[in-house]
Design a protein around this ligand. Structure first.
Ligand SMILES: Nc1ncnc2c1ncn2[C@@H]1O[C@H](COP(=O)(O)OP(=O)(O)O)[C@@H](O)[C@H]1O
Ligand SMILES: [Mg+2]
Length: 172
């Protein structure tokens, strides 16, 4: 994983809470961000992204890009702001490069990538990495990020704590 990353771990008890975490993260997103989302089918990756788009101020409702691989969300002026990937159907990073999908990293939007492990070697080193685990209504959501993202990620954590999300102490 290269240089040392910071980590926090929150517990979501409902789909609304996972969406609210997405919304909080989307509200601090900046162009060029890459955020990866891993976790089993039904973990809540798309639910998180639905909130994330809302947090970015985008109005279209996010749907799963399972068949399209990537969906693009524009702001009201038609400027692409969010690229939402689901790379489940790709075999590996060669498929990602062959389809020219790495060009999205240069387009000045935010990239959110579900099932990123499939294309791990095509991903930029600097990114926010999330894992969602659990079943029933409970999910454990782990977020790992670099030192440069510490202050905005702490803001997200505080906002979510106020909203009732529990966090495990990971030493931050
Ligand atoms: N705490 C939770 N967080 C996220 N989703 C939850 C939670 N509890 C139940 N769910 C349900 O799990 C499913 C998550 O689906 P989805 O977001 O499409 O998953 P993924 O994109 O990871 O396959 C939804 O049906 C949602 O209602
Ligand atoms: Mg999904």
């Amino acid at each position: 994983m290269g240089k040392k990353m910071k980590t926090w771990r929150g517990k979501s008890i409902s789909v609304e809470m996972t969406e609210a975490l997405g919304e909080a993260m989307g509200s601090v997103a900046v162009p060029g961000d890459v955020l990866t989302l891993d976790g089993d089918l039904g973990a809540g990756k798309t639910a998180f992204t639905r909130g994330f788009a809302r947090g970015m101020g985008l109005r279209s409702r996010v749907t799963s890009p399972t068949f399209t691989i990537v969906n693009e969300y524009n702001d009201k002026d038609g400027v692409p702001r969010l690229f939402h990937f689901d790379t489940y159907r790709l075999g590996n990073s060669d498929d990602f490069y062959d389809a020219g999908l790495d060009e999205y990293f240069e387009r000045g939007g935010v990239c959110v990538i579900e099932w990123s492990k499939v294309i791990e070697d095509a991903l930029p080193e600097k990114r926010i990495r999330m894992e969602i685990e659990g079943n029933g209504d409970e999910r454990t959501i782990t977020v790992a990020f670099g030192e440069e993202d510490l202050s905005r990620m702490e803001n997200v954590k505080e906002k979510m704590q106020e909203g009732g999300m529990g966090f495990e102490d990971t030493g931050l």
